[in-house]
Every structure is written in C-alpha cells, then in structure tokens.
Design a protein around this ligand. Structure first.
Ligand SMILES: [Zn+2]
Length: 298
C-alpha cells in the first residue's frame, strides 16, 4: 500500500529543485531567447499542449458544476484567470502566452518529447504518473496525458489548484513540515467533499463500511482509532461501480489513495478524542515522514 501512496505523492512533493517563480518568464515572441533554448515549439506541439490544457480545464469545470460546490467553482474561475500555458524549457519552464493577472502561474501540459527538454523533465516523466501535480518549490502546475476519467481528473486538478491559490494568496511557509501537512489536510478535506458529492449515496455506504473495516484493522494493529493512517492493499472494485470503470492502473492508484485518506479522516472524525483537525495533519505528517516525501528546504 505504501507503494500506492508513494506513486501518488512522490512526484508532487519531491521533485524539489527549487527555482522559484522568477525562474523563466520568457514570452516566446521575444527574439532574444538565449541559445540554450532546447527546442523551438512547433505548431503541432503547441496545439497538443492547448488541447491537453483544455481537456483538464473542462474536467475541473465539470467536477465543479456536477457537485455545485462553491469553493470548486471559485477555483475554476481562479484557474481560468491565472493559469498561463507554459512548456518545458531546459530544466525549467517558459510561458507561451502573456499573463492576464497578478496571480498568474505556470500551467504545463506535458506531451510526448518533453523528456528531451532537460533532466528535470526526463526524471519527472520516468516517475509514476500523478496526473496533475503542483510543486511549491518550482511554482509549476503540471498535467499529464495518461488515461483518467474526466471526473477524477477534475477532482485532482482542483486539489492542485487549491494548493496554488492558497500559496499565492497566503504565502504560507510550505517548508515548515506541520504547516505543509495542515495545508494538505485542508485540501484533502475539500477534495473529500467533492468525492462524496460525486459518489452520492452509494459512496456514503461504501465509506461507512470502510471505516468499520479500519476500526477492526486498528484494533488488530493495537492502534488507537485514528492514530495513524491505515490503508488497503487492493483497489476496491466497488469504486468502479460508483464512479465508472477506472481508465488505467494510474487512475486506480489515484482513486484508492485519495479514498483511503477520506476514510482515515472519517475515522478521526468519529473516534479521535483530542483535536480532530490537528490529528488529521499529524496523520499525514506520519505518512509523509515514513515515505520520505516531506518537502525539504532548497
Ligand atoms: Zn496536495
């Protein structure tokens, strides 16, 4: 199971070569691009990148509209206004359009051939896919093209957009481990709400049963209920009945990991005697620490 968690989070958190937002803000129209330009964007590459971006945007919009969640709708508006199409540039990224706002950020849809742009991109593309990821060190929101259902693409993109918005508007210290985990908790709580709205009654029944399984598993492991994150080892087939058949192993890993977090948070809500919100952040801290994926200073 740890592998499952790792596959989801490792790229999100550990790609870390922190270049900061000042990295490259080159608008491609400039004829003064340095000689280090890895490749000139071809019209086809640009079209593919735009197509992928539009697909992810639509997925986020659909998740927001089908849940009717006001926070999700605000995040879609934030995404539309501030995401600036960008492409790999050496080991960084460069924008492909002018920014329209103060709070703009790099939105990088990865396409075939991007592994040739630089070591950073080659490593990223050789890592397990996470669909959408945001790294606060580089400031890049990256989306990939492996198969995933539209609903789940929407959910995971909105998760990442919430990170971007919070970081830009609050400028919190993401390098402080507990601050990082509390933020992650907030974003997962938001995401759990979306999953529950999309999954409806059937999902509610499923998670209730999963919580009961966790109660048994906690007792077997002699853990206090909600003390540490417990996870399943196999993809719960019931999720395919609730959300439609997952389109890839990567999507199954994404679904299972996110649902596990939801189930563990519910366990804390129901049984933890102390500060429940803090306990959820502590749970995530333990998980990230054991898997070595807490962010470290650049
Ligand atoms: Zn996150």
């Amino acid at each position: 199971m740890i592998t499952r968690i790792l596959s989801l989070l490792v790229v999100v958190l550990a790609v870390g070569c922190s270049q900061g937002r000042q990295a490259v803000k080159t608008v491609p129209k400039s004829s003064n691009l340095p000689v280090m330009v890895a490749k000139t964007p071809s019209p086809t590459a640009l079209a593919k990148r735009k197509e992928l971006r539009d697909w992810w945007f639509k997925a986020a919009e659909k998740a927001a509209s089908s849940t009717g969640d006001s926070e999700a709708n605000r995040l879609v508006a934030f995404l539309r206004l501030n995401a600036i199409l960008a492409e790999p540039f050496g080991d960084q990224a460069k924008t492909l359009e002018a920014s329209k706002s103060e709070e703009w950020f790099y939105f990088v849809p990865l396409i075939e051939g991007d592994e040739l742009s630089g070591e950073f991109w080659a490593k990223l593309l050789a890592s397990p896919n996470v669909g959408a990821s945001f790294n606060p060190g580089t400031g890049l929101l990256i989306v990939r093209s492996d198969p995933i259902s539209q609903d789940w693409a929407g959910i995971i993109l909105l998760h990442e957009v919430r990170h971007v918005r919070d970081l830009i508007t609050e400028e919190y210290n993401w390098q402080d481990n507990m601050t990082f985990c509390r933020k992650e908790r907030d974003v997962h709580e938001f995401e759990n709400r979306l999953i529950a709205k999309l999954g409806g009654e059937r999902y509610q029944k499923f998670v209730d049963a999963e919580v009961q399984n966790m109660v048994g598993a906690s007792r077997d492991a002699k853990l206090e209920l909600g003390e540490s994150m417990l996870t399943g080892t196999e993809y719960p087939q019931e999720l395919d009945k609730i959300f439609g058949v997952a389109k890839s192993d990567f999507e199954r890993a994404v679904r299972a990991t996110h649902v596990d977090i939801d189930v563990n948070f519910r366990l804390v809500d129901r049984y933890w005697k102390g500060n429940k919100e803090e306990q959820k952040a502590v749970m995530l801290f333990k998980l990230y620490k054991s898997t070595g994926i807490l962010p470290s200073p650049p």
